[in-house]
Design a protein around this ligand. Structure first.
Ligand code: NAD
Length: 300
């Protein structure tokens, strides 16, 4: 039987609706939600992302401001700009666009972001809180993957989950969130001796490697849940020699869908859910900044 599709677009739309209601409720209490994004230089992909961000925030009622800094911005100037936003009571969320121009270190800058305003969950302190099971704000894509798995109704507790890709922003924080949910996690990377053996025995496979077609049907156990984080632009030549560009994931979707029980499409899976998680984190940050939620609620 073919896999059921995990519709990230529909799930994301429902979450955005919830976010819009929460933002409206906060506004009614005179607790505005304001996200400020910093973009250093003129990277075209970051500019497109910022445009989308502006539109998405407007749709759910979040005030959005983009601070465009010149490519020649120094470390001190960038850190100063972040610290001013940290100190500004009217700013409830801070987002730093990447990549940064040469000479500026992303992690070094992320370290400056107030952990309560860190809507991407990228300050090392926030990652540290995830390690200890006291999540304040976690990275959006990792959260998106957990949310998509939960939407299937398949239990994480006791499940064998193999994550392919151990990046700082996706695979590693995801492995922590899954461990916190009592899954048994295997984290594979380029040096893993036999990644197919690890994916074949998994109840849930998450692929975040940035390699189109990496996960094939023979790498997946029948009935497994498959989450495809990859976003790759590939060139396709049709029978008439016409070349077009297409966005694909890391999973051979057509073939894997024949053996999996659930599968995410690309586009329309993890991507829209990541955006929804950013919005949800932005509301969470605003509640923390306004003192409506406590960083350690539920753990003390
Ligand atoms: P990265 O390049 O930082 O890390 C890739 C990881 O995959 C590394 O740990 C590497 O060792 C591992 N890897 C690569 N080839 C492998 C192989 N053949 N076998 C086993 N492991 C292998 O990548 P990233 O930033 O984590 O992004 C991964 C993919 O996810 C990219 O396609 C990216 O565009 C996508 N992505 C999507 C979203 C989203 O919102 N949907 C967010 C972030 C990243």
């Amino acid at each position: 039987m073919p896999a059921q599709l995990i519709d990230g677009k529909a799930l994301s739309a429902a979450l955005r609706e919830q976010v819009a209601q929460e933002v409206a409720a906060l506004a009614a209490q005179h607790k505005p939600v304001k996200l400020v994004a910093i973009l250093v230089g003129d990277n075209p992909a970051a500019q497109v992302y910022a445009e989308n961000q502006k539109r998405t925030c407007a749709q759910v009622g979040i005030a959005y401001e983009l601070h465009n800094l010149p490519a020649a911005t120094t470390r001190e100037q960038l850190h100063g700009a972040i610290r001013r936003l940290n100190a500004d009571a009217g700013v409830t969320g801070i987002f730093l666009h990447s990549p940064l121009p040469n000479g500026l270190d992303l992690q070094d800058a992320q370290y400056q972001i107030d952990i309560l305003k860190d809507v991407e969950g990228v300050n090392p302190a926030n990652i540290g809180h995830v390690v200890y099971g006291h999540t304040i704000i976690a990275p959006c894509t990792a959260l998106a993957v957990v949310e998509l798995i939960d939407s299937t109704g398949v239990a994480l507790e006791g499940a064998n989950v193999t994550v392919v890709g151990a990046s700082r922003i996706v695979g590693r924080p995801l492995s922590l969130l899954l461990t916190e949910r009592n899954a048994t996690v295997t984290l594979c990377h380029i040096h893993t001796k036999d990644t197919p053996a690890e994916t074949r025995r998994a109840d849930i496979v998450v692929v975040a490697a940035g390699k189109p077609g990496l996960l094939r049907a023979e790498h997946v156990k029948a009935g497994a849940v498959v989450i495809d984080v990859g976003i790759n632009r590939v060139r396709i030549t049709d029978a008439f020699g016409k070349v077009t560009e297409k966005t694909v994931g890391d999973v051979d979707f057509e073939e894997v869908a024949k053996v999996a029980s659930w599968i995410t499409p690309v586009p329309g899976g993890v991507g829209p859910m990541t955006v929804a998680m950013l919005l949800r984190n932005t509301v969470r940050a605003a509640k923390l900044v306004h003192g409506l939620e406590q960083p350690f609620a539920g753990h003390v």
